[in-house]
Design a binder for this molecule. Sequence first.
Ligand code: SF4
Length: 331
Amino acid sequence: METTAEKKIILEVDHLKQYFKVKTDSLFKPKTFVKAVDDVSFQLFEGETLSIVGESGCGKSTTGRAILRLDEPTDGQIFFAGKNILELSKKEMRKLRGDLQVIFQDPFASLNPRQTVKQILDEAMAIQEVVAKPQRMDRMLELLRYVGLPPESLDRYPHEFSGGQRQRIGIARALAVNPKLIICDEAVSALDVSIQAQILNLLKELQKQFQLTFLFISHDLSVVRHISDRVMVMYLGKVVEIAEKKTLFDSPLHPYTQALLSSIPTLDPTLKRERIILKGDVPSPMNPPSGCRFHTRCPFAMEKCKTEEPALKELDRNHFVSCHIAENLPQ
Ligand code: SF4
């Protein structure tokens, strides 16, 4: 098996912080911030699918938005193909957006309802100047073929398609500019399970065909299991575990990952997994718990967990965990 040391890094996120200022009604109150992403670092290798999972509010979508610079990060660095994208001018960033595409959860909201599919695809190619005007029609027909839509789709509007077909249009639009990395933000969450499987298989085929890299953001562990090479688990703005998919699903080490996985239904009666019910709600990211952020809900929390934040450490090959107990387990 290829090791991470032999793979080429396409994206490197280094100590990323994304804080949002909370509006107060008084000038004299101290400023408060929602610490949506708080010191997150990870690497993404060319041609792989890294999924980010966690409950709502864990910072997974905010991380994706920061990489796309849809929100300007508070601190940290983001390197894409070796360039620090936070230092790029607006013009340079616009050019880079061709390499860095996004597919959102709701294709209906992200496709202009007043444009036909032809106009949508033509506009994407024109902005990035990837295909000269005379060749664009051939390219559009080719894109429709890749995503499994008939040629007559070109003259139709987004509302004339089903949810799954609209997501295929969103994928065609992303492909139109020959991207290297696609961020899929809950890209199949709004679809029925059978359509989800079709879109996930399509993404996998296209990845193979065009050597694409995916950063796949999802709350759905069944979907993540289907599509990922590696998985990164986030809790309250922090990374708690990163591992190859099989390792993470077979031998999770962080108590939060263990609880998340215990909630996946299984059809195999021999695989009896005890459901771990977490107590309480996710604390507010405005005032996250001290020490390990998970200590208020962790069934194994010790005194040390309340005061000392565990570092993200490589406990086994390519398996990173931030937990005081996990780091002392015999490997
Ligand atoms: Fe639980 Fe402590 Fe590990 Fe945090 S560091 S996950 S509180 S055992």
